[in-house]
Design a protein. Structure first.
Length: 84
């Protein structure tokens, strides 16, 4: 999980190398860290929940993973489209 967050932070910082906007790069990196921290919090909360069904927990984690990935990619794509 931490690797994924680091990957998105590096993607945010790479915006500086590609487009030359240091404020955008730092703000994207911070947004990715905040979203990533919330993502880890939600996953851990589900893992330690009292839900007896492993299937329900697994489905919840998969849904959160999908939402996180789509949101991160959407943010990155939107920034790239706006900077063109």
């Amino acid at each position: 999980m931490v690797f994924v967050i680091l990957w998105f932070v590096i993607a945010g910082l790479s915006e500086y190398l590609v487009w030359g906007h240091p404020l955008l790069a730092v703000s994207l990196a911070l947004v990715f860290v905040v979203f990533g921290g919330y993502w880890i919090y939600r996953i851990r909360k589900i893992q330690v929940s009292d839900e007896p069904s492993e299937e329900v927990r697994s489905k919840s984690i998969n849904n959160i993973n999908l939402i996180f990935s789509v949101v991160m990619l959407a943010i990155h794509a939107l920034i790239l489209l706006l900077l063109r």
